[in-house]
Design a protein around this ligand. Structure first.
Ligand code: HEM
Length: 499
């Protein structure tokens, strides 16, 4: 009896193994080359789930090893995904044939995560158009000028925080991600909600927007990866991505603020006010749940991305004193022109700052990868003769980091050189090889807000302080595996002192 049972179990296991192994033949059957190392059941994800690497890094390695192809097959566990290598194909997916690839391949369960589910990033069709329209409205030049007033108030808080730390010592050692997370979370609190984020006040840590942000985003754990990559597990375990107390925090905050505003009717310089203005002037009905959701999107999409990008810029400036000096000169010249005040026009005139931001984002990509989903079948044709009949539901991976570090498009790609983006040279950059904010109809809708807050914060620092790299920063930088965004191991440490 026992022998029969064991044979049966072994038989089932062997059959299951062959079934899974068969799944890894999807690309082979279609004549598309596949990245080495796919295993039955886990595909190319073994090292990702073992937290030895991150998905963007895994795709970067595959990009590096397969650059001679226009596209390459990949297995996200048992699902076949396609990594696009040729910039022309990236253009097809993101822009020319957007209708066939119109969704981001990340799903959110609206029952489990009702607030996050309205985020434009996770939506498609009419819901996406409506949500995107609202963000586009808030980030027009005219309204960014309004939001800049709140950003400027945060720059003052940032300066006071640093001055206070420097009041007794000549220089201080700081971790840049910590500093800029405080800054961008405080910006979201001020420019998003019109409240104090308590991010520079360690005694009010429990109320801090930064701590709340970390509670949602910094789950650097195996659980987070699995839940993010396999959302179906969230349904099985009935766990939402947003912790309950965070959901409550934002609902209560927005409800209280709206009640107060209805009573006093005072116009504010923040996103919430702009949304209510949109509702009034355009008759676009936005209920409290939707309003809370948009405000949370402002937080989720803007806080961590911008603070990471700023910390990488700070790291590059500390590592390249000449670039820092040149940028400081530009900041001083422009600020002098505007009587020392940070203005919208002044920030626009800081064009070397744009070069530095671009080059920093090229060298260290904040996200490293974009994932799209085929929504209508399409024939992708590479210049190497490969033809892929992409089926609806297939994941398309765009290896941003690979494209931004490819020596075919960038001379000495590892070298940090803002001159690549100078007015004379930027036109020769191959299209669709530089994608810090994505491209096409789904390009980051918060890009202008991101640039505004990053430029204002950096200008506030450079006008008063100098940055010098601390030996505590572990070089060369290595990413912490298992994080959604690029996060250097050990942090980015600098010495900061008054000029
Ligand atoms: C340096 C900071 C930022 C970076 C690097 C960044 C990057 C990105 C990228 C790569 C995408 C995907 C684009 C695509 O799918 O083609 C995206 C989408 C998005 N971003 Fe940003 N972002 C930043 C800041 C912000 C800010 C400040 C906000 C809002 C306050 C924001 C809101 C969004 C939204 C709502 C989407 C989804 C757009 C859509 O699917 O239509 N982002 N961002």
């Amino acid at each position: 009896m026992a022998v029969i049972l064991i044979s049966l179990i072994v038989g089932v296991l062997v059959a299951f193994y062959f079934y899974l192994a068969q799944k890894n033949k999807y690309w082979q059957k279609r004549g598309i080359p596949c990245a080495d190392g796919a295993l039955p059941g886990v595909g190319h994800m073994l090292w990702v789930i073992c937290m030895r690497t991150s998905l963007p890094e895994c795709c970067y390695k595959i990009y590096e090893d397969n650059k001679n192809h226009s596209m390459i097959g990949f297995y996200n566990f048992t699902s076949p995904s396609l990594i696009i290598i040729e910039p022309e194909l990236v253009k097809t997916v993101l822009q020319t044939n957007f209708a066939n690839f119109s969704e981001n391949n990340v799903d959110i369960d609206p029952i489990l995560d009702p607030l996050v589910a309205h985020n434009p990033f996770f939506n498609s069709g009419d819901k996406w158009i409506t949500a995107r329209k609202r963000f586009t409205y808030a980030f027009s030049s005219m309204r960014l000028k309004i939001l800049l007033e709140s950003v400027k108030s945060v720059c003052v808080i940032l300066e006071n925080y640093l001055d206070n730390k420097l009041s007794k010592v000549r220089k201080i050692e700081l971790e840049l991600k910590d500093l800029f997370s405080r800054y961008t979370a405080q910006v979201v609190a001020a420019a998003g909600f019109g409240v104090d984020g308590f991010c520079f006040d360690d005694e009010k840590e429990d109320l801090s927007f930064q701590k709340n942000g970390q509670a949602i985003l910094n789950m650097d754990t195996f659980l987070f990866i699995v839940r993010f990559l396999i959302p179906s597990l969230n349904k099985i375990f009935k766990k939402s991505l947003t912790p309950k107390h965070i959901d409550r925090f934002f609902r209560t905050l927005v409800a209280d603020l709206m009640e107060q505003r209805r009573k006093d009717g005072i116009p504010r310089n923040d996103f919430l006010h702009l949304m209510t203005e949109l509702e009034r002037t355009e008759g676009d009905k936005i209920d409290l749940e939707m309003l809370t959701s948009h405000a949370l999107s402002f937080f989720l999409d803007g806080y961590e991305t911008s603070s990471s990008a700023m910390s990488f810029v700070g790291f590059q400036l500390a590592s390249h004193p000449k670039v820092q000096e040149k940028l400081r000169k530009e900041v001083m010249t422009v600020l002098d022109k505007y009587d020392g005040v940070i203005t919208y026009e002044g920030l626009k005139e800081m064009t070397y700052m744009d070069q530095v931001l671009n080059e920093s984002q090229r060298v260290i990509s904040v996200a490293g990868l974009m994932t799209k989903r085929c929504t209508e079948k399409f024939e992708l044709k590479g210049s190497d003769g490969l033809v892929c009949h992409v089926q609806p539901g297939t994941e398309i991976l765009i290896p941003t980091q690979g494209l931004q570090k490819d020596p075919r498009y960038w001379e000495n790609p590892e070298v940090f050189d803002p001159e690549r983006f100078s007015p004379d040279r930027k036109h020769s950059i191959e299209k669709f090889t530089f994608l810090p904010f994505g491209e096409g109809p789904r390009i980051c809708v918060g890009m202008r807000m991101a640039l505004l807050q990053m430029k204002a914060g950096l200008a506030a620092i450079l006008r008063k302080y100098s940055l010098e790299l601390s030996p505590r920063t572990q070089l060369p930088l290595k990413n912490i595996p298992g994080t959604v965004l690029t996060t250097p191991k050990g942090g980015l440490w600098v010495f900061l002192q008054q000029l």
